[in-house]
Design a binder for this molecule. Structure first.
Ligand SMILES: *Cc1c(COP(=O)(O)O)cnc(C)c1O
Length: 441
């Protein structure tokens, strides 16, 4: 059967992740279980860092893809910064010891409290998403007494890229960014230059996610450079930094062939350098914000199979003990995955099966037409490439607890996040808390 990338098996023929037998992980930690291969994460971080070294660039990991204490520590120890978009993501970064100067604050509707936290905390850059936010930030900065706040303006370049409509963020109908067209972005530059509180560092763009070709990146780099050069000429605006966002695709199913990290950085650096040099300007600091391409392929979700049935139409449905509560991406983006049987990943496929979740929605299907050897109740199924936008998007729908996260490295497994309990799920429920104090639940 066709895999998106090679898998490791042990002499017993079982799937191995980070040197640990997947069946043992399922046994020891229970299912559903998010497993993160730490070495894969570290390798990706290192590749970004090394690719950026020649141009002196900076990689900031997009926290929203997957953000736990363990992950934040890995990101810090690998020398990356982080892109955060809420108070909680910011606070976790600070707890893990990340330097505020390597943090980037994002969001299309940041609260005044978040702007203040970042401004007073010495944030590296705030990526301003609208003219409204520029005024908000001006007010916050004026009352906080913080030093000049470093600002990148998020530009809306009108480029369509990304695997699904819901993850395309650079086209003219997107809610993100300040439109170049119509003069709003120019107005934002003008206001920054006229402000005693804001320090315009440069520009940002993020065109989408799961992008499998370099052309949209080159196009975006040309648009950003073009705008920066125009603003330098017209308004004498400086451009010290260009942040090209994230979005590099990963391998979910056989045939997904994303560009290499090194080629992405090469294409960005070359396009920007070419444009700025031709205009007689210095090459700005290149920043990138990878999320998915760092964590997605490092993650595997293990599920236990329960009910198996054959429908009247002949299809076989295998239900697992998780579903859209731990993986909403199928319902959100029609995402496709590769599933393997943990006890025999390379086994000859039997009749194709539908792997369904256990939640009360007909759309709760993880893989339609999975090619697995004959599946039996009690089997462990592994879904590949689930590191990004799974744990961070998980819900408690149907009252399911969020799964545990285990990290594996060199044959050792460590618990990063324990499975939720009833008490965790209802910790904020006032009535439950009152009842719980009076009788045992
Ligand atoms: C989501 C996001 C990223 C990361 O995108 P990936 O596709 O996960 O690499 C980077 N920058 C911004 C502004 C984002 O919203």
């Amino acid at each position: 059967m066709a895999f998106p990338f090679p898998l490791t098996v042990n002499p017993a023929g079982h799937l191995v992740i980070g040197g640990v037998d997947a069946l043992e992980l399922a046994e020891q930690f229970g299912t559903p279980l998010y497993v993160v291969d730490e070495q894969v994460v570290r390798d990706r971080c290192r590749r970004y860092r090394e690719a950026l070294e020649p141009v002196g660039g900076l990689a900031v990991y997009a926290a929203k893809a997957f953000w736990t204490g363990g992950m934040a520590q890995v990101v810090r120890s690998e020398g990356l910064g982080a892109d955060v978009s809420s108070e909680a993501e910011w606070r976790l970064a600070m707890l893990a010891g990340l330097d505020a100067s390597r943090l980037v604050l994002h969001g299309n509707n940041k609260s005044p409290a978040e702007l203040r936290l970042a401004a007073e905390g010495g944030v590296g850059r705030i990526v301003v998403d609208s003219l409204w936010e520029l005024d908000e930030l001006e007010r916050v900065a004026a009352s906080s007494g913080a030093r000049k706040v470093p600002v990148l303006l998020r530009l809306l370049p009108d480029i369509r890229a990304g695997a699904h409509g819901s993850i395309q963020t650079g086209h003219r109908h997107s809610k993100f960014g300040i439109p170049i067209e119509g003069g709003q972005a120019r107005e934002a530059v003008r206001r920054c230059l006229g402000s005693a509180r804001l320090d315009l560092r440069g520009y940002h763009v993020h065109i989408g996610s799961q992008i499998l070709s370099l052309e949209p990146y080159r196009q975006a780099a040309r648009v950003v450079a073009g705008f920066a050069i125009e603003m330098a000429r017209q308004l004498d605006a400086p451009c010290y930094e260009v942040d090209m966002g994230g979005g590099l695709g990963v391998r979910y199913v056989a045939g997904d062939e994303p560009p290499a990290i090194e080629d992405l950085i090469g294409a960005l650096a070359e396009t920007l350098e070419g444009a700025f040099t031709a205009a007689g300007m210095e090459m700005p600091l290149l920043i990138v914000e990878p999320g998915r391409s760092i964590i997605a392929e490092a993650g595997v979700t293990l599920y236990r199979v329960g009910a198996i049935k054959r429908l009247a139409g002949g299809e076989i449905v295998c239900a697992v003990d998780g579903g859209m509560s731990d993986n909403p991406r199928v319902a959100l983006y029609q995402a496709r995955y590769t599933a393997v049987l943990a006890r025999d990943p390379y086994g000859t496929p039997a009749e194709a099966v539908e792997i369904a979740g256990r939640l009360c929605e007909s759309g709760d299907v993880l893989v339609d037409g999975a090619a697995l050897p004959e599946v039996r109740p009690g089997d462990v199924v592994a879904l590949l490439t689930t590191g990004a936008y799974h744990h961070s998007m998980a819900s408690n729908y149907n009252g399911l607890p969020k799964p545990a996260v285990v990290t594996v490295r060199e044959g050792q497994a460590r618990l990063w996040v324990r499975r939720e309990r009833f008490e965790d799920q209802y910790a904020c429920d006032a009535l439950v808390q009152t009842l719980g104090a009076n009788r045992s639940l």
